[in-house]
Design a protein around this ligand. Sequence first.
Ligand code: NAP
Length: 259
Amino acid sequence: MEAGNEEPPLSQATTQPSPRNALVTGSSRGIGAAIARRLARDGFRVWIHYRESGEAAEALLKEIQGVGGDGRLLAFDVASAEAIERVLVPAVASEGPLDVLVNNAGIARDGLAARMGDANWDGVLEADLSGPFRITRAVLPGMLKARRGRIVNIASVVGLTGNPGQANYSAAKAGLVGLTRTLALEYAKRNILVNAVAPGFIETDMTTRLPKEKILEQIPLGRAGTPEDVAGVVGFLCSDAAAYVTGQVIAVSGGMVGS
Ligand code: NAP
């Protein structure tokens, strides 16, 4: 063997850390896709999750693999307790534990409270609050055993302020903040750090029908946020730099609201 071309000693080769698993729910598009890209870049093996947008999820996985990253696909409806048990629980048992869970998948079904039907109330509460709770419950045993984990819940500034026309959505996101703070207290001693990120107005499919110019007037930084603006803060919360941060809510809103 030529000088400078030696194999690393076996002891070094076998101490390579195994890839860290990160599940990002709703990462087929929007904010979740940006978070998946960011965590892949940071060395995580990203579980790209979706419900309907299978082609977009597959394309994202190929993109990540194309730049040397690693990941897998996972499809289930976050609003279905049955699907979480059938799909997520066995996946974690065979390929877990997860080091990172980002509860990002969410929906909005807007309307004034007086005329909001049960379907829109229950649908948003199931997807945006009960789903994150059940998913967290499914991944916690593995994190507890490993004595490490990071959970980031994607809430919203309207969960902090309220918003006319979003009784269901703001209640679900406020609930997610309460869940975040409680989980942080319950599992701090096991080194599981739980935080929330509260985006303001981020340009994605979810916000295309909103009155952009009117909303921009309320944003001190004077521009809409990008999915990457949110992903940067999530990446920080999943990094070693955030090892002493838990139970916090960080607004990513261009200054629209403090947290
Ligand atoms: P988006 O562009 O509409 O994307 C939503 C993602 O969630 C998609 O990947 C979608 O997957 C997935 N999803 C939705 N319902 C699901 C379900 N029942 N089961 C599984 N996956 C589901 O939304 P976004 O703007 O990126 O929002 C991401 C998160 O940020 C949400 O929690 C949202 O409430 C929050 N947020 C967004 C803003 C904003 O301004 N955009 C502001 C504050 C908070 P499929 O396409 O496969 O269904």
